[in-house]
Design a binder for this molecule. Structure first.
Ligand SMILES: Nc1nc2c(ncn2[C@@H]2O[C@H](COP(=O)(O)OP(=O)(O)OP(=O)(O)O)[C@@H](O)[C@H]2O)c(=O)[nH]1
Ligand SMILES: [Mg+2]
Length: 370
């Protein structure tokens, strides 16, 4: 007996009725109903879409790499989506190697979370430079908000041109907004709203989802690559929402003297070790509590208040939260110190800093963004 295969249109997983803990599961009765309707949403997507509840799954990195290989073999045009809030954490610097010379562009998504005052052209120019530094030379760099149809014009004009010759693949790290973007495009081309499941939980899309746009060519959603170096992965999904902005960031400035420290909730802290009185401007989620204290008290305050005054992590997450290691940093005027998925801080004079951060979390210094 040959069994036909069905795919969940929410996440791309192959539908199965046997293992509730695995991806693509549907109880038999729901499976039969789906067959009548000709469309399936797996149980995990159903819960995510209706209750914003996520069933945890082990998601393999291999699958992602395997799918990237498919792109190299296809006649592809690639759109790499990155998150403007966490560029260093979401850029795939090996992309050119993976897709082996296929044409690609980069979309800087979530433009709406940058402070309202920023000049788009300047940011685009700056982003291009950052991409060059990472060894990427895309045909175009576009800034947009996948959640706002009105910002998609430039991208759509590129898609209109390329779709006649290529399948278009949307790739990127998890949670950058790939599926949100495809849903907008589906709607633009007259399809139903929000067909593909999206969520603020990383690892939502599980396999390729192909949306035919012409008789021959499709636009294809892909599962995101999971980056353990993003601080957000160290806490629960609930805490994650305290870290990742959904509204324009309101920069917060502190006039600091040396020997003062600032806590990023309980995720990390920064000591101002040496330098004249300086303005420190933080670009982090508006809901994240920034606590100022004297450096000599910082260690004690951290031990006493992590999980309470200093959160996230929340109280029940503290035991699993990794120890912080300290890193000495020289930060110059017009540079940003960036912490993956926490945000960044910038100064108006050269300063010597000490950053206390879990070892796994990626940080970097870059030319000032804003
Ligand atoms: N503020 C803002 N949020 C966005 C934007 N685009 C997507 N998001 C949010 O980012 C989160 C992730 O979006 P998804 O489309 O599920 O991301 P994905 O890249 O498909 O993620 P995976 O399937 O896990 O790889 C959701 O909460 C979206 O609402 C945007 O332009 N602005
Ligand atoms: Mg997705």
């Amino acid at each position: 007996m040959t069994e036909e295969q069905y795919q969940c249109i929410g996440c791309g997983a192959e539908i199965q009725v046997e293992e509730p803990e695995e991806k693509g599961y549907l109880p038999l009765s729901a499976f039969e109903k789906g067959k009548e309707k000709g469309e399936f949403y797996c149980q995990r997507c159903f819960r995510l879409r209706h209750y914003n509840e996520l069933q945890d799954l082990d998601i393999s990195e291999e699958l992602f790499l395997d799918r990237l290989n498919l792109i190299a073999e296809d006649d592809a045009f690639v759109i790499q989506v990155i998150d403007l809030f966490d560029i260093e954490g979401t850029v795939i610097s090996g992309l050119e190697r993976f897709i082996q010379g296929q044409p690609y562009i980069v979309v800087g998504n979530k433009l709406d979370i940058l402070p309202k005052s920023v000049k788009e052209n300047r940011i685009r120019h700056w982003l291009k430079e950052q991409l060059y530094i990472n060894g990427l030379h895309p045909e175009e760099v576009i800034l947009l908000s996948a959640t706002k149809q009105s910002t998609l014009e430039t991208l759509i004009s590129i898609i209109e041109k390329e779709i006649h010759h290529h399948n278009i693949y949307i790739v990127g790290v998890t949670n950058v907004g790939k599926s949100t973007l495809i849903n907008q495009l589906i709607q633009y081309y007259g399809g139903e709203a929000n067909i593909i499941t999206t969520s603020n939980f990383p690892g939502t899309t599980l396999d390729l989802i192909e949306i035919p746009l012409t008789d021959n060519n499709s636009i294809i959603d892909t599962p995101g690559i999971i980056r353990q170096s993003q601080a957000a992965h160290l806490v629960s999904r609930q805490s994650m929402q305290k870290l990742l902005p959904t509204k324009p960031i309101k920069p917060r400035t502190f006039q600091l003297n040396s020997n003062q420290s600032i806590f990023f909730g309980g995720m990390a802290w920064l000591d101002f070790v040496k330098g004249d009185k300086t303005a420190f401007t933080f670009y982090v989620n508006n809901d994240l509590y920034l606590h100022r204290t004297k450096t000599e008290n910082a260690e004690n305050i951290y031990q006493e208040h992590i999980g309470e005054l200093l959160s996230p992590p929340m109280k029940h997450e503290v035991d699993d939260y990794p120890e912080l290691t300290s890193i000495d940093i020289q930060l110059n005027a017009e540079q940003d110190l960036v912490i993956s998925s926490l945000g960044w801080v910038t100064v108006n004079k050269s300063v010597q800093l000490r950053l206390h951060l879990p070892k796994r979390v990626h940080y970097s210094i870059r030319q000032q963004m804003i």
